[in-house]
Design a protein around this ligand. Structure first.
Ligand code: TXA
Ligand code: MG
Length: 315
């Protein structure tokens, strides 16, 4: 795909928001910046737009899309299952990198839900995204704007590299500040569960709810929670510490394989913000392998480990 043919507009250009809104209202698909990663945005109520999102991503039609809302008070119109925990989490965390999985209201079309009766909702905390969604006035479906199974995009250039002219417009809002996808909490089953670790650490959600939240085990876990995901073309080799990373590097040298170390800052927010660009970089440098030291399994470290383990999984 040629990035040169990508239709990109700077986010501070006065035409950016109206063009993005018009494209979505016309059933088009737009690369839209959010605080987590760039989304591939389209009208969730338009069958044509939803079909194009699945086609362009190369995503199986059974993998549902997150419905992005302009404001938290839209939620009541789109779900049947608003309860105490959902209200509390939405109130405390929105706009922000938290996605709530809830029973969908009857009038929500099934196509963006991958045929399911639950829907995942999020109000993004990015001014451009929220302004566009607010002006569209209805839920905007937006999976990460990468090809299925590949590394999520954190800049407009990443979206253009992956999708080029397949997307109608890309709004350049600068690098995504958090750099890792939203945390998904499943509130659709009897027990609250974490469906995907993400940019809000589970510990923060546990403090808000005053209870522990286990990882998901139920039926909702299936779609999109594939073992291999977020994968660059080069091989991803994981180390528990610097000593193991050095020994993996020596063994690559002995095998005549080129490698690069993934920069793994001590600051977990910085590690998360740079992770996907670092994974993409190893493909740009054309190395055989990237060696990553795993962060501790707490706070944001859980989401970072999850992405690295999926990137390293057999394909
Ligand atoms: O931060 C984010 O969440 C980004 C930005 C663009 O908002 N979006 C994102 O979307 O990561 P996506 O489609 O790449 O990942 C959403 C995940 C998928 O694994 C999907 O299967 C799951 O959420 N999901 C969405 N709706 C669901 C549903 N109704 N039931 C179960 N899983 C659902
Ligand atoms: Mg994704």
């Amino acid at each position: 795909m040629s990035a040169a043919q990508c239709n990109i507009v700077p986010g501070d250009d006065p035409s950016a928001v109206p063009r993005a809104v018009d494209a979505v209202l016309d059933g088009g698909i737009v690369g839209l910046p959010t605080e987590t990663v760039y989304g591939l945005a389209g009208d969730a109520l338009s069958d044509g737009a939803v079909r194009r999102i699945y086609e362009v991503k190369g995503r199986p039609p059974t993998h549902p899309l997150i419905l992005h809302l302009g404001r938290a008070d839209w939620l009541a119109s789109w779900t049947d299952g608003l309860g105490g925990a959902a209200d509390l989490l939405a109130h405390e965390c929105w706009p922000g990198p938290l996605t709530l999985l809830l029973p969908a209201a009857r009038h929500v079309p099934r196509a963006p839900l991958g045929g399911r009766r639950t829907a995942a909702f999020r109000v993004p905390a990015h001014d451009l995204a929220r302004t566009v969604i607010d002006a569209v006035g209805r839920p905007v479906a937006a999976p990460s704007a990468n090809r299925f199974g590949r590394v999520s995009p954190t800049t407009a250039a990443h979206v253009c590299d992956d999708l080029g002219s397949d997307v109608d417009l890309v709004v350049d809002g600068g690098p995504s500040v958090l750099g890792i996808e939203s945390t998904i909490v499943d509130l659709s089953e009897s027990e609250i569960q974490i469906l995907r670790h993400g940019a809000i650490p589970v510990e923060d959600l546990e403090t808000i709810l005053g209870r522990t939240i286990p990882d998901a085990r139920g039926a909702s876990r299936a779609p999109g929670m594939l073992h291999s995901h977020y994968a660059p073309a080069c091989e991803v080799l994981l180390a528990v510490d610097e000593t193991e990373a050095a020994s993996i590097a020596s063994s690559c040298d002995r095998q005549g394989r080129s490698w690069r170390r993934l920069s793994a800052p001590d600051s977990l927010p910085l590690y998360a913000a740079t992770l996907f660009d670092e994974l993409r970089r190893c493909d740009r440098f054309g190395v055989d392998a990237v060696i990553a030291v795993l962060p501790p399994a707490r706070g944001l470290g859980r989401a970072i480990r999850d992405r690295l383990e999926k990137a390293a999984a057999p394909r």
